[in-house]
Ligand binder design. Structure first.
Ligand code: XUL
Ligand code: CO
Length: 526
């Protein structure tokens, strides 16, 4: 498409130039100022004929070129949508010109558009880095993030955006998404239904819009790329102001179910490996007007129905719940990993769902990301990580790229102990700061986030190889590696027996916890 356009442009340019030239010859020969003699008159006639022929030939060439242009679909330059773009969904050129495919150059590289620590095919702890990490690009932040905040207007005006929410724009954006993913060198992406396609006046219209964009995404994905997960956006539209599955209105519950049904279908169609439920408005503002018990029962019924539908359509992806304590509601039901695990257990949903732990959500609930990951892991529920971080001074979900090496090392400790995340992975639920407005910032932020986690993995390998931290922990509990300790752990030590032992042993000698030593060992691996 692009080449054909270039050729037509060249022919047009050349023929128009030569046309102008021949017309000037014609003009000159007709209006020449010298008085012509007989043989000179014949010569002029001949020149006129020749010029006329050239002119006619070039005119034909022009007409053919115009016909080719008119018959080809209208194209739209990727880096400037203002001029040629109508309802066309075709494009020309690159969305990220000048950005090469990002390569590993090693820690000494000063090239911001290169990986310094993430070397996809390098083996660490018996697995390729790319298989430990399974990085994914979040469509909503990378392609729908505008930089707008509650106090200010959008700051990002990507060259391919035309300011509309049209289907043509959705398709162009999808093309930009896949160019981005390919240049970054990852295989996975995540989306909400309403980020990738415009909503409709009716559910039918919204579904039709989604189908159209999803068909293009399927074509652009090729064989290698597919969604890490998909999800339904049940928090933006006013109908969801009281929640989706926990709304007090039964018609909203039904609408939410229909939206999740469709989002699961398209995730399955695109080869998605997981499906996420983030209860953005599944919570309450005040208990004075809320029947919490009834809302939680409804949420469980909703999730049960989702698990049943997944089986019905033959979707083998993992269903994931993403805990978050609040924002937008004052209190969300999936507060943290422990609360969510308890909810799943109470309603008999443990085997059907795992958790998607987001680091910024962890800190909002008053925990560290490491705590949430370990809580999920120890319950057999660690399914996926939304890789981001908050700001220690700002009290909301800032969704920043994780660049703290110590934090990343702790995250990777959990991932390695979990044996990896597959079929889950790391989704960059992270956005550029409002003030970062260059197209290349999209790349720099992802590269930085990927390198930080890759560095975390390398540090975990060092810690495991060194073994001192593991030894320290083992030593700390060694008193339980005894006959009585084994009896306690097997649930065979009753209180009478323990009382006898306490009297026999007398006042226990309590050893140091060695916290500073543990921190020193940890730091030495960074
Ligand atoms: C919001 C959030 C969501 C979910 C998907 O805080 O994390 O983007 O990850 O709905
Ligand atoms: Co998230």
């Amino acid at each position: 498409m692009q080449r054909r356009q270039g050729l037509v442009d060249l022919v047009l340019f050349l023929s128009t130039g030569v046309e102008a030239f021949s017309v000037s010859i014609l003009f000159f020969s007709i209006t020449g100022c010298e008085k012509p003699s007989g043989s000179r008159l014949d010569e002029i006639k001949e020149r006129k004929m020749m010029a006329g022929k050239v002119f006619l030939f070039l005119l034909c060439l022009n007409v053919v070129s115009f016909a080719v242009i008119a018959s080809s679909p209208q194209t739209c330059p990727a880096d400037d949508v203002s001029s040629k773009c109508g309802a066309s969904d075709e494009w020309e050129g690159e969305f990220f010109p000048g950005i090469p495919k990002i390569k590993y150059e090693g820690p000494s590289s000063k090239n911001p558009l290169s990986y310094k620590w993430y070397n996809a095919d390098e083996e660490i702890l018996g697995k390729k880095m790319k298989d430990w990490m399974r990085f994914s690009v979040a469509f909503w932040h990378t392609f729908r993030g505008t930089g707008g905040d509650p106090f200010g207007a959008p700051t990002k005006f990507w060259p391919w955006e035309d300011g509309t929410d049209s289907l043509a724009m959705a398709k162009r954006r999808m093309r930009a998404n896949f160019e981005f993913i390919e240049k970054l060198g990852v295989d996975l992406w995540c989306f909400h239904d309403r980020d990738i396609a415009p909503d409709g006046k009716t559910l039918e219209e919204a579904n039709a819009n989604l189908d159209e964009v999803v068909a293009l995404a399927k074509e652009l994905q090729g064989k290698k790329i597919h969604p890490l997960w998909g999800t339904a956006q049940l928090f933006h539209h006013p109908r969801y102001m009281h929640g989706g599955a926990t709304s007090s209105e039964v018609a909203v519950y039904a609408y939410a179910a229909a939206q999740v049904k469709k989002a699961m279908e398209v995730t399955h169609y695109l080869g998605g490996e997981n499906y996420v439920f983030w209860g953005g408005r599944e919570g309450y503002q005040t208990l004075l007007n809320t029947d919490m018990g009834r809302e939680l029962d409804h949420l469980a019924r909703f999730l049960e129905a989702a698990a049943a539908y997944k089986k019905k359509i033959g979707f083998n992806g993992t269903l994931l719940i993403e805990p978050k304590p609040q924002e937008p509601t004052k209190h969300q039901y999936d507060w943290d990993a422990a609360t969510t695990a308890n909810f799943l257990r109470k309603y008999g949903l443990i085997g059907e769902f795992k958790l998607n732990i987001e680091c910024n959500h962890a800190t909002l609930s008053g925990h560290s990301c490491h705590h949430e990951l370990e809580t999920a892991r120890l319950n057999g529920l660690l399914g996926n990580i939304d890789a981001n971080t908050g700001d220690p001074q700002i009290g909301w979900d800032t969704d920043q790229f994780l660049t703290d090496i110590a934090e990343a090392t702790m995250v990777m400790l959990s991932v390695v102990r979990n044996g990896g995340l597959a079929p889950g992975g790391f989704n960059f639920d992270a956005k550029l700061r409002r003030e970062s407005t260059d197209v290349e910032d999209l790349f720099i932020s992802h590269i930085s986030g990927m390198d930080t986690l890759a560095r975390g993995l390398r540090n975990v390998a060092k810690l495991i190889e060194d073994g001192s931290l593991e030894n320290l922990v083992r030593k700390r509990y060694q008193s339980f590696d005894t006959e009585i300790g084994a009896q306690i752990e097997a649930g065979k030590a009753d209180f009478e027996m323990l009382e006898k032992k306490a009297m026999e042993w007398g006042e226990p000698k309590v050893p140091s916890a060695k916290q500073e030593l543990a921190e020193m060992i940890f730091q030495s691996a960074l």
